[in-house]
Design a protein around this ligand. Structure first.
Ligand code: FES
Length: 105
């Protein structure tokens, strides 16, 4: 799936993400600036915080219970379109998803 990313310094790039990978891992492997992912995908750090743009929130599923708690402690402001990218699995349905990486998570 092609993911359209605005990194933490405001630069746009397109990331080719593999099905079954997490959004976090795809952005990390692509070297996207600001994707820290300190806990390695364990939903325990909130440094993979992203904002899902456009109508993407309807595609990425629901915030899970642990993620919901962690988002409250994210370094950047929590918004209605906040998600922890390690909790989003890439599939064909997400092709064209647009996300902004939150600065410092
Ligand atoms: Fe730590 Fe997502 S990588 S919560």
């Amino acid at each position: 799936a092609k993911i359209y990313v605005t990194d933490a310094s405001g630069t746009d790039q397109v990331v080719d993400a593999s099905n079954g990978d997490s959004l976090m891992n795809a952005l990390l492997e692509a070297g996207v600036d600001g994707m820290l992912a300190d806990c390695g995908g364990g939903c325990a750090c909130a440094t993979c915080h992203c904002y899902i743009e456009g109508d993407g929130m309807s595609l990425v599923g629901e915030v899970n219970a642990i993620e919901n708690v962690m988002l409250d402690s994210a370094a950047s402001e929590r918004r209605e379109n906040s998600r922890l990218s390690c909790q989003i699995d890439i599939s064909d349905a997400l092709d064209g998803l647009t996300v902004t990486v939150a600065e410092n998570g």
